[in-house]
Design a protein around this ligand. Sequence first.
Ligand code: CS2
Ligand code: MN
Length: 362
Amino acid sequence: MKMVFRWFGADADSVSLGQIRQIPGVSGIVGALYDVAVGEAWPEAKILALKLEAQAYDLSLEVIESVNIHEDIKLGRPSRDKYIENYCASLERLARAGVKVVCYNFMPVLDWFRTELAHPMPDGSTALFYEASKVSSLSPESVVAAIEEESKGFVLPGWERDRLAELKTVLASYEGFTEEKLFQNLGYFLKAIVPTCEKYGIKMAIHPDDPPWPIFGLPRIVRDEASLERIVGLVDSPCNGLTLCSGSLGANPKNDVPAIMRRFSAMGRVHFAHVRNIKRFPNGDYTECAHLSSSGSLDLYEIMRALYETGFDGYIRSDHGRMIWDEEARPGYGLYDRALGTTYLNGLWEAIAKGAQRETSR
Ligand code: CS2
Ligand code: MN
């Protein structure tokens, strides 16, 4: 596995490349261009500039999160072909710059969703929180207003301003839109881009819906073992792969996260893993928490063991952290708790690897 760390760029991140470089075992950043409108082709010069910026700190740029998908592609509008062409141009340029994996999601309109960005924890830290009963009483508009207010001036991934500005119109276009239609449009998109991926050696990795169930009547199709199975079958190529995010899938107690990791990693379809913990409550609420297994509902040892035992050699990163030690940062994306998470994942991996070696030499 290759340990990486998400970074939002010098002018948008409270964390610096100099700090990331000092986290043990981190070989590269997970980056993106945030000033290119969704649907436009990414300019080669900007990709190369980001790569050089990272390289100056001995960090690679081999994973992009995300090249976002234009809503017209998800909706299957005639204009999708133009946007798919631009997408392919971005992929070709990214591959030429040395990028190996592109993470993306196929959630209509909204990306990840929480009801609170700074929920107080008993230890004095804060974390992102999902209050199930609150969701039914909220409108997407009120959620957007709350997110903007709580995000401390940082633009949150998936909640970019241009996306939110058109929220009402975009929501209206999804009225009556079905899961089946969304699957078909994902299939159309994948069939169109996989030849480019294969030609240039770049792998796509779809991120699960977060939370993994429909919200505000919008269909969500990347949410459990069966849907992941259907997605990898849409195009039979290693370029049609997955980002498995334990915290996203794990919000549904029916998802056996280690088993899902094991199954798709053994198929060679997991190119990127987001490994973090969450704590579920009986009423359907859940909170993000420290990565440590005993802090939440997921067994991170079993998740890492599933990856190790299936020979996982893709990219991995810690995901959303709590806000600790008075840090002021983008919610979920501070330095300290994600660095602790990274170190914990590295420790688990070393212990699992050495345990396995000891077993075989006995
Ligand atoms: C999520 C998403 O994994 C995460 O951190 O918060 O915003 C994720 O980056 C996208 O859904 C991937 O396209
Ligand atoms: Mn994730």
